[in-house]
Design a protein around this ligand. Sequence first.
Ligand code: DGL
Length: 295
Amino acid sequence: MMNSHGLSPSHAHLRELPIGLFDSGVGGMTVLRAMREQLPNESFLYLGDTARMPYGTKSVETVRRYALEAAAALTARGIKLLVIACNTATAAALPLLREAHPEIDVVGVVEPGAEAACRATKSGHIAVIATSGTIRGRAYEEAILRRMPEARISALPCPLFVPMAEDGLTSGPLAEGMAARYLDPIFRDPREQGLEVPDTLVLACTHFPLLRNAISRVAGEGVTLVDSASNTAREVRRLLMEKHLARGSGTSAGMPLCPGSVRFLTTDDVPRFTRLGELFLNMSIAPCTVEQVEL
Ligand code: DGL
């Protein structure tokens, strides 16, 4: 039987389920933040695998296992779409998670980030900074070259930005010093030699947007910084609309629509997750919305 919107009862139930997201820790909240802005009516269930982070230094096999476990924990609680809010896990495990969960759409952050980079660049020279795992897997290079075969790409691992972001060390001399240590070889040094430098820099790790100002100062004028967050949110909105799974605005079947809720799962202690999460999400997190789980 269909309701007045032409949806079966099970489809209508599906529409009310949250969107699931996971990351190794709190970095994926930069993606959640963009999703809440673009999809204010949706509910979200966010899992941060804080006990096992970082993923970026682990082997691809280990990251795949962690990603499968995180996705299983979310789908077991009921979600209508899964976002891998972690570049390292997307690079290692996107096809695997799609295979393991054919019943829902699984969206990664690499393709939306590559799309943003190709749209931003004018010279076709793009720098990509990420964790060691993401750079090693070459996922961004492949995604950029698929869209822009003539692109020139400088890819660089910047693993220490992850603990710095988690420690709130996101601006000032230390942050800029570390940014210079990583980025001078692709920006300052070639500039000094009169060589062309990339005009676009992809922050290909969900932690890096927190260091945006320090990174931008070091990269210098004329370099556009892009990340995956808003493009990922746009892709999720497109999919929900296409599948008639978006919670409508205004009223639903004559009933007022409650604004979407946000709930969290963490594999390590709740107070640390809450404190750091607030920094990344830029909103307060009530401890009663956070549950500690084992994967
Ligand atoms: N958030 C992860 C990413 O986007 C990096 C953090 C980690 O290494 O676990 O790649």
